[in-house]
Ligand binder design. Structure first.
Ligand code: HH2
Length: 290
């Protein structure tokens, strides 16, 4: 999933596209597809720590022409919003996935997805963007996030949302230690029969972990760390990654896949060889024969 923010204030790419020039954003979305994105996630409201919300009218003004332009060009568009009206309009304009950082806690948003027959991403967040990073606290972050995701997914499915992906919400009301614990628990989070989405791209935790000589890499310099986190997650069962740098991720995933396939083929060959070796050993009278 490629990220396309039409906002002045997103943490890593704010101001890249303006609402009064949707054609540039559409062009960038088409480029993300060319680079290998299966979904382009269009957002019109930043959720970075400390962000203040925008009005429904402003968010619609930012995202609708971009969603429509991309959908008309055959791109699978995901709408990154917490507002039911924005989701409804975006789906009417062609979006085919709703990405909600509040995990479909809103009855109205669940109803929008159910009525339109559109799947959704259920993401975990503790608190709200303006204050969520002040003092995030958990007794057992993995168990709490896991339970919350499963309950939220269940409620959405029972209310008629056709299918859901779950997402631990890296950076949303979490310290570096919380984020590391969640990434390290990818296999557990991916073990519930619900596709797992992971989005660590350029986030603060990558910067904190990548600190060198007392200096944290700036958001645009966090690709190596983002790749490490994401490849780790894919290796352990993540089904989708939400990333800014699609081409780099595609390349890294292609290499990972080639290696995994080769490892699988080697294991198959070794597996086939075992009986033959056993038979040879048995036919020759056993290992101590010669
Ligand atoms: N992260 C961001 C926004 N939306 N959605 C999901 N499902 N998972 C995430 O991890 C996630 C998300 C934050 O990243 P970005 O969109 O680049 O920044 P901003 O919120 O500042 O626009």
């Amino acid at each position: 999933m490629g990220v396309l923010n039409v906002t002045p204030d997103s943490f890593s790419d704010g101001g890249r596209f303006r609402a009064d020039d949707p054609a540039s954003a559409v062009e960038a979305g088409l480029a993300l597809r060319e680079e290998g994105a299966v979904f382009v996630d269009v957002g019109g409201e930043s959720s970075r720590p400390g962000a203040q919300g925008v009005s429904e009218a402003e968010e619609l003004r930012r995202v609708l022409p971009v969603v429509a332009g991309l959908a008309d060009a055959g791109v699978r568009v995901s709408i990154d919003t917490v507002k039911p009206a924005v989701a409804r309009e975006a789906v009417a304009a062609g979006a085919c996935l709703v990405n909600d950082i509040r995990g479909l806690a809103s009855d109205t948003l669940r109803a929008v997805c159910a009525e339109a027959g559109v799947p959704a991403v259920v993401m975990h967040m503790q608190g709200e963007p303006p204050t969520m990073q002040r003092a995030p606290r958990y007794r057992d972050v993995v168990a709490e996030v896991e339970r919350w995701l499963l309950e939220s997914a269940d409620r959405a499915l029972q209310d008629g949302v056709p299918s859901v992906l779950i997402d631990p919400g890296i950076g949303f009301g979490k310290t570096v230690e919380h984020n590391v614990a969640l990434l390290a628990a990818t296999d557990r989070l991916a073990s519930h029969g619900l596709p797992l989405l992971v989005g660590a791209s350029r986030k603060g935790t990558i910067g904190r972990l990548g600190e060198a000589g007392g200096v944290e890499p700036a958001p645009l310099e966090r690709l190596p760390g983002s790749l490490a986190a994401h490849l780790y997650a894919v290796e352990r069962g993540a089904a989708m990654l939400r990333v800014h740098d699609v081409a780099a991720h595609r390349q890294a995933l292609a290499v990972l896949r080639a290696l995994a396939e080769r490892e699988g083929a080697d294991e198959d060959r070794t597996g086939d060889d075992e009986p033959a070796r056993d038979q040879r050993a048995a036919g020759s009278g056993g290992a101590g024969d010669g």
